[in-house]
Design a protein around this ligand. Structure first.
Ligand code: SAH
Length: 347
């Protein structure tokens, strides 16, 4: 296996900038080897429930931003969420990921009610939240109610770049603080970033990797930026598959134990994007469990895949895809290797 000097910034920048296919292939092979050492060739399944597309934020890249008046907004009822969980459970899922915009209707109380109801019905399942920035006290309440994991991509670890992607009311410092708080509380935490966002430089991507090394998240979501026509970034080019895969591979080398999803965005820009991400060191897939009639409305970017399928179809389709590439589905909770729950909590 090639011996990469991962603490050398110049070496990482050279790999990020390189457009040599052979260099990329060697990097993917090295990342696969590290993934195999930690997790073998198994791929963990998470059931994704997109439960609200209301959002009070106005991120320049995101299709469900507040200012996008073209979005038909929806919010699932508690009953609909529980139905999606029930379907997921029947299909074998042991992790539910509840993702949404930053929807003020979902007060802490309502989120707690939702988490507690899922926790009561499924004592042994992992409950992952992905609902943006909240106070430490809110995160603590969610944890006490039984949530185990939290996904909050940092989006970019460079302050100047962050400001070019978000309105002035948002700050990278706050987002990073949320991540450190979540970790401190005892969540398994997921950070991550988009590849190829407008104004992103190779140096920014290097900073993303160095930030990940500092935070040491348990999960890292990486996918290409894909323009959504009704956003301020709608006319910018999208991120490339090759660079997205290289960032997955480099993340695997730097954080060998990380749970890294083959993201929907990666599958959207290439028909075999998710399989290629697994071949570049990823080890998680997140089939969609949302009710079919709301799928199309959770349009973070254009041409999103899997918006027409039933949950069962998504589950089967993913299984077939990963088996074709020699991977084995693992439907267990799939905690971070070596994870031990905090005593006295539901985690
Ligand atoms: N509101 C929640 C999560 C919802 S969005 C939060 O703030 O964490 C989930 C992720 O989708 C975002 O973190 C972002 O990285 C990604 N995303 C948003 N718009 C995108 C786009 N146009 N192309 C690719 N990914 C996008």
């Amino acid at each position: 296996m090639a011996d990469y000097k991962l603490n050398n910034d110049a070496e990482l920048l050279r790999l990020i900038r390189s457009d040599e296919p052979q260099e990329a292939e060697a990097l993917f092979a090295a990342a696969r080897e590290v993934r195999n050492e930690q997790y073998g060739n198994e791929v963990y399944f998470r059931g994704l429930i997109e439960f609200t597309n209301y959002c009070k934020n106005d991120c320049y890249y995101c299709g469900i931003r507040r200012s996008n008046a073209k979005v038909k907004r929806y919010r699932l009822s508690l009953e609909q969420v529980l139905n999606s969980c029930r379907m997921g459970d029947v299909l074998g899922f042991r992790t539910f990921v509840l993702q949404g915009g930053e929807d003020p209707w979902f007060t802490d109380e309502r989120v707690v009610e939702m988490v507690a109801a899922i926790r009561q019905a499924y004592p042994d399942h992992a409950i992952t939240l992905s609902i943006g920035e909240r106070s430490r006290a809110s995160y603590e309440a969610f944890f006490r109610a039984g949530a185990n994991r939290y996904l909050l991509r940092h989006e970019t670890a460079n302050d100047e770049h962050y400001r070019k992607m978000h309105p002035p009311a948002m700050s990278l410092a706050e987002r990073k603080q949320c991540l450190y708080d979540l970790k401190d509380i005892g969540f398994q935490v997921g950070a991550g970033f988009m590849v190829g966002t407008p104004f992103q430089t190779p140096e920014n991507l290097l900073e993303d990797l160095r930030f990940l090394e500092d935070l040491k998240p348990h999960m890292v979501g990486i996918g290409p930026f894909i323009p959504q026509a009704d956003t301020p970034f709608g006319a910018y080019p999208g991120g490339s598959l090759e660079l997205s895969l290289k960032m997955v591979a480099l993340t695997r080398l730097l954080l060998p134990k990380a749970l890294i999803p083959a993201t929907t965005a990666t599958g959207t820009i290439n028909p075999q994007g998710r399989e290629k991400a697994l071949m570049a060191g990823a080890n998680v897939v997140m089939p969609n469990l949302s009710p079919k009639d709301v799928r199309k409305l959770y349009a973070l970017y254009d041409n999103k895949i899997c918006t027409g399928d039933e949950a069962a179809e998504c589950r089967l389709c993913m299984e077939g895809r990963i088996r074709n590439f020699g991977f084995v589905p693992n439907m267990a909770r799939g905690d971070y290797v070596g994870w031990t729950a905090r005593v006295g909590t539901g985690a």
